[in-house]
Design a protein around this ligand. Structure first.
Ligand code: GRF
Length: 218
């Protein structure tokens, strides 16, 4: 993909991951531009962030469609008319149907605030706290037809502290999300990701600083 290619980012809320993606693209760390930001909620702060950077926005309110499929078909239309090659879900709180998935095969990324396959669905940090795990983190994966089940591209780990609340853990995880989402997009845009069954094979992963934190003695 070249510099001019466009990605679509779908949000429902704050859009801090969107901001990390915009910043990475403005710094030239990922070679694409955000061509459109779509939200199913008119009051999503992510839309403000997009407008602040002169990025076109579109509100597609799921409540004005008769079915999930009709909603998805409209999303596909907006993304195609923006000429976007890659779709990034960034806190987009709707489950998408095969109508959407089949329109962009292996070209939809999602970020989830847990180390999948643990704690899929909503409230990943709260689920991790309730379970009592010592480490949690985040995952960028390709979307498939399940909920948070698609092939994993990048993960980052954070410790869980004794006195963590859902908010403090979520904030620690979010910081890592902002680091690994642009990294996953870069790998995709550079054509370094191949999906083999349920695994993603990454070309030259060992050459990427911070792709994988390892204990130097391990
Ligand atoms: C993030 O924790 C993301 O993993 C989850 O929803 C949250 C969105 O945050 N899917 P933001 O809107 O990017 O700030």
């Amino acid at each position: 993909m070249n510099e001019q290619q466009s990605i679509a980012v779908l949000v429902s809320g704050s859009g801090s991951n969107l901001q990390a993606i915009i910043d990475a693209s403005e710094r030239g760390e990922i070679h694409c531009r955000v061509g459109v930001v779509i939200s199913n909620k008119a009051d999503a702060y992510g839309l403000v962030r997009a407008r602040n950077h002169g990025i076109p926005t579109e509100v597609v309110d799921h409540r004005s469609f008769e079915s999930r499929e009709a909603f998805d078909a409209r999303l596909v239309e907006v993304i195609r008319s923006a000429g976007a090659e890659l779709v990034c879900l960034a806190g987009f709180m709707r489950v998408l149907t095969p109508v959407f998935l089949r329109a962009f095969p292996h070209r939809i990324l999602n970020i989830h605030p847990a180390l999948l396959p643990s704690f899929p669905g909503t409230h990943g940090p709260a689920q991790a706290l309730r379970y009592g795990v010592r480490f949690s983190g985040c995952t960028v994966h390709f979307l498939d037809e399940g909920v948070d089940t698609g092939p994993i591209i990048v993960q980052a780990v954070v410790p869980v502290h004794e006195d963590d609340t859902e908010e403090t853990l979520a904030a620690r995880i979010l910081k890592e999300e902002h680091r690994i989402y642009p990294m996953a997009i870069r790998l995709f845009l550079e054509g370094r990701l191949t999906v083999e069954g349920r695994k993603v094979v990454t070309k030259d992963a060992e050459k990427i600083p911070d792709f994988c934190h390892r204990n130097p003695d391990a």
